[in-house]
Design a protein around this ligand. Structure first.
Ligand SMILES: Nc1ncnc2c1ncn2[C@@H]1O[C@H](COP(=O)(O)OP(=O)(O)OP(=O)(O)O)[C@@H](O)[C@H]1O
Ligand SMILES: [Mg+2]
Length: 307
């Protein structure tokens, strides 16, 4: 029986440069030769298809029949050490499935819990390039959306987010809760059903979100430690409130956790001009339960993100 074992041998944040650690499958054979017992170990690197199977994600092809252009292929991570999953969990599958069905997903957890790591690991498994933006840094809108260089209007350079829109892959917004309001506001149209962005700085060019453009946002949980955190824009608040409701559902505190479809309905009503709490009544509160007390709990949770 092959004995699957994983070795992770690194501990810095420089995940992309950590190429030494590998994933192994170990096969053990026991035999007897005359009176001697022989234990034989054969160790080989675990193949991609074995890993897809191991995590149960073979059926979620995130770019069916599509090969990423040569120019972005080196943004697809390789040799990322395996993400060690706590017993009984399958975060890899949960995230890949969310990307497959809803195109986006939010990771919320304290520093050092492997958010960045799992994103790189998933990008490698699913063969997607990563466009990483650290929202906590003083990244300018030029870096993210693009700019003209030199004189005149000949030399436009796309920023990171526009490159992602055009080429596809994972847009990884790290520390999304630190995102500046102007950037968050511009991102909203690509995150919602409109699926495009208007480049006001480039004669209002409309750039559509690539069909295989996925978004993962990561955030540290809200606490006084992060006093500098800006209030989140509606889209991110929805994602966060949704994540909290689903967490409570998983813990057994709520009878239902809103599906991304419910969250989308909520977002549509807000985008249509409804007050977020009123919109939640129709899309989230009533769907969670008929029980008045539970509905009150849901309202309280939502208010934490929208007041
Ligand atoms: N489940 C895990 N399996 C393997 N390595 C892990 C795991 N969790 C954390 N690590 C390792 O711990 C270190 C910190 O992880 P990572 O940088 O991904 O955390 P993070 O949640 O993104 O933190 P931050 O919020 O500070 O960005 C990395 O070296 C990472 O490889
Ligand atoms: Mg990180």
């Amino acid at each position: 029986m092959p004995n699957h074992s994983s070795k992770v041998a690194y501990g810095s944040h420089q995940i992309r440069s950590q190429c030494a650690a590998r994933r192994y499958v170990e096969e053990r054979f026991r035999t007897k030769l005359k009176n001697a017992r022989i234990n034989l170990f054969i160790r080989r690197t675990e193949s991609k298809s074995e890993l897809l199977k191991k995590y149960g994600i073979e059926k979620y092809d995130l770019h069916p029949g599509y090969e990423f252009p040569e120019s972005v292929r080196d943004l697809i991570p390789s040799n990322v050490p395996e993400y060690i999953t706590p017993p009984g969990k399958n975060y890899v599958k949960q995230i890949v499935r969310a990307l497959y069905y809803f195109k986006q997903c939010a990771l919320i957890g304290p520093s050092g819990t492997g958010k960045t790591h799992i994103v790189y690991f998933i990008a490698e498994l699913t063969g997607l390039p990563i466009w990483e933006v650290n929202c906590g840094l003083q990244t300018s809108t030029y870096d993210l959306f693009g700019r003209y260089i030199g004189l005149g209007k000949e030399n436009w350079i796309d920023g990171q987010i526009i490159l992602w829109c055009r080429n596809g892959g994972i847009l990884y917004l790290d520390e999304a809760n630190m995102m500046k309001q102007d950037i968050a506001a511009r991102l909203n149209p690509i995150l919602d059903t409109r699926g495009h962005i208007v480049l006001t700085e480039k004669d209002n060019e409309i750039v559509k979100r690539h069909p295989y453009g996925y978004v993962i946002i990561s955030m540290n949980p809200f606490s006084s430690e992060f006093a500098g955190t800006k209030p989140l824009n509606a889209a991110f608040r929805i994602v966060r409130a949704g994540a909290e409701l689903r967490r409570q559902y998983q813990m057994g505190d709520l009878p239902y956790g809103p599906s991304p479809g419910d969250l989308m309905n909520w977002a549509i009503l807000i985008a249509d001009g409804s007050d977020p709490l009123e919109a939640a009544e129709e899309s989230i509160v009533g769907t969670t339960s008929d029980d008045v007390e539970i509905q009150e709990t849901v309202r309280r949770i939502i208010k934490r993100f929208f007041s």
